[in-house]
Design a binder for this molecule. Structure first.
Ligand code: DMJ
Length: 456
């Protein structure tokens, strides 16, 4: 039987169990949710003002070199403004929101001879515009959303109906047939909502066909997806299966597609898919619950790697009703975070070692804390949120906004303030401390944290 002994020393809390000594953890001030929400809001403004000062009119800012960054130069898609607007509205930053709305409506146009990544433009731009339309009631946002949605449709003209990765916004020319489940399966919420809002079913039907065709190609024995597939032949190009980048948000979207549209096919895809994941990818041992990498054909484990992208899964498990696995996996994520005071991109959970030491300002672990707190009201998730927020501020804040880390071990800084820092990372932290800023039951967040309301 485990006996716990708790000793409070001035400024420190020592918790030991017989036979195991845990690390000394600094005692913390009582958690003040309103004060934390206010601090998150101030840090969001710090990041936004750096973007405005150094990169206004561009996609993102490089905060160390103090230069702008555009994804598809010379075109600009206003990634940061579009990604940030609904966060500003939720935070009650009225002046910033009004100016950002005016800037987007005056400057954003999709008539550009550039080849763009369908997935990224869908989750950031199309998702952001749909949220902006629903939150402001401004019809020009819907016009822009429909314009970009229509320009992406040629990507789906393949023998399988699964889209190319890139499409030219002006000419419709496509490229990069080797795609992956995340890029094929993370379009349904935005395209589906666009159909509902414009009453034109083409977007819903096109994204759904891609999702169905992808799902049909799951391994018939294991039920797993690989991480690479050729959209022209339907053949898998990589049979590595996991819940990280290139596959992750497929699972998120089949669940959310059922929640947002009541689509029963998506519900079946979710239940079958997550059952296969729990069976073949979950790694439940003395070191806790993790999800690793297996071969989709055999289910055999080929790597014991988790990471900052995988940290979305506790939230999605909780959203799907599996609070037990969700809570255990989030505890594992916290352990990964605590090793260096901030989480790595990839982590070998058997060796307890960062295998890719970067930190990209990712939000997934905060998002999971937010969703778990919503369902459980367990204050431990508020404490986790405080840990994540403080680590972010301590290691990634710069004079000019926030930057990535090249290494969570050495804390060497990178040079990019990704737009999802403003769309997601600060939004989920804010909502964790101030949940009434949004009605959780009335919206479904897309994978870039843009809330979509079921108005149909
Ligand atoms: C975001 O663009 C989205 O959350 C996507 O699903 C994964 N990558 C980033 C954040 O990490």
């Amino acid at each position: 039987m485990l006996r716990l002994v708790s000793v409070a020393i001035v400024g420190w809390l020592v918790v030991t169990s017989v036979g195991a000594t845990q690390q000394l953890a600094p005692a913390r001030a009582p958690l003040d949710r309103a004060a934390l929400a206010a601090r998150v809001r101030v840090e969001f403004q710090h990041a936004w003002s750096a973007y405005k000062r150094l990169a206004s009119g561009h996609d993102e800012v490089n905060p160390i070199s103090k230069t702008p960054h555009d994804w598809y130069p010379p075109a600009v898609l206003y990634m940061t403004p579009v990604d940030s607007l609904d966060t500003m509205l939720m935070m009650g930053l009225r002046e910033e929101a009004a100016a950002t709305q005016a800037e987007i409506l005056a400057g954003l146009s999709f008539d550009k001879d550039v080849s763009v990544q369908v997935f990224e433009v869908t989750i950031r731009i199309l998702g952001g515009l749909i949220s902006a339309y629903q939150m402001t009631g401004e019809p020009k946002f819907l016009t822009l959303a429909e314009d970009v949605g229509r320009r992406m449709l040629p990507a789906f003209k393949t023998p399988t109906g699964m889209p190319y990765r890139f499409v030219n916004l002006r000419t419709g020319a496509t490229r990069d047939p080797v795609s992956n489940p995340a890029e094929i399966g993370t379009l349904m919420l935005e395209f589906g909502a666009l159909s509902r809002l414009t009453k034109n079913s083409v977007y819903y039907d096109t994204a759904k066909k891609a999702l169905v065709e992808l799902t049909k190609r799951r391994d018939p024995t294991t039920g797993l997806l690989g991480e690479g597939i050729d959209v022209t032949t339907g053949a898998w190009t990589s049979t590595r299966s996991h819940i990280g980048g290139r596959i992750d948000s497929y699972y998120e979207y089949v669940l959310k597609c059922e929640k947002l549209f009541g689509d029963a096919d998506c519900g079946v895809m979710w239940r079958d898919g997550i059952a296969a994941v729990n069976r073949h990818l979950a790694d439940d041992g003395p070191g806790g619950l993790w999800y690793g990498v297996s071969d989709m054909r055999t289910g055999q484990r080929i790597a014991t790697t988790y990471g900052s992208l995988q940290a979305f899964l506790p939230g999605v498990l909780a959203y799907g009703g599996d609070l037990t696995r969700a809570a255990r996996l989030q505890d594992s994520g916290l352990e990964m975070w605590n090793l260096h005071g901030i989480e790595p991109e990839a982590f070998d959970y058997r060796e307890k070692r960062a295998t890719n030491p970067r930190y990209e300002l990712r939000p997934e672990i905060m998002e999971s804390a937010y969703i778990l707190y919503h369902y459980t009201k367990d204050p431990k998730y508020l404490e986790m949120g405080r840990t994540f927020f403080e680590g972010l501020v301590q290691h990634c804040r710069t004079e000019d906004g926030y930057t990535t880390l090249r290494s969570v071990v050495t804390k060497t800084k990178g040079d990019r303030q990704h737009s999802f820092l403003l769309a997601e990372t600060f939004k989920y932290l804010y909502l964790l401390f101030k949940p009434d800023a949004v009605n959780f039951e009335r919206v479904v967040f897309n994978t870039e944290a843009h809330p979509i309301r079921r108005t149909w």
